[in-house]
Design a protein. Structure first.
Length: 150
């Protein structure tokens, strides 16, 4: 990129930041942030904030759509919702099983090998899970993605 392109990109980013900050301040119900005046002359004249124009908002949305950033954000949100739904369903099932156990409705549950799963078997089961190739690959992928994203 040339120096002019970098300067233009920086100006656009700063304009987007200013717009978003003003909208955030309006949503919070606070007054727009103004820098403190340095001299007594500046205190007599209030600083006038530029009004957010619809063209600024259109420009930000246009850039987000044209660059594909908006689509990427929406896809990540949708993917997160799918994971959240699955996780919540699993937690709900766990809570149901816990309630049944607390009420005494279920004493033992057979595992995949037909042997009942006892309460003192959680550590050996977890260690067995850690030894499986699939689980190791999942954890390795999660750690690698974490470091690549940061």
């Amino acid at each position: 990129m040339t120096k002019d392109e970098l300067k233009t990109a920086l100006d656009e980013t700063e304009a987007q930041r200013d717009i978003l900050m003003r909208v955030l301040e309006e949503l919070e119900g606070g007054e727009p942030h103004q820098s403190e005046p340095e001299t007594k002359e500046e205190t007599s004249e209030p600083e006038i904030e530029p009004v957010v124009e619809i063209n600024d908002i259109k420009k930000v949305l246009h850039n987000a759509i044209a660059s594909g950033n908006l689509k990427n954000v929406l896809e990540k949100i949708a993917g997160g919702m799918d994971f959240s739904k699955t996780a919540l369903k699993s937690f709900s099932d766990i809570i149901d099983k816990t309630r049944d156990k607390l009420e005494g409705n279920i004493d033992e549950v057979p595992g995949p090998t037909g042997i009942p799963i006892m309460t003192d078997m959680w550590l050996p089961m977890f260690l067995t899970l850690l030894q499986t190739q699939e689980f190791q690959h999942i954890i390795a992928n999660m750690i690698a993605k974490f470091f690549k994203d940061s």
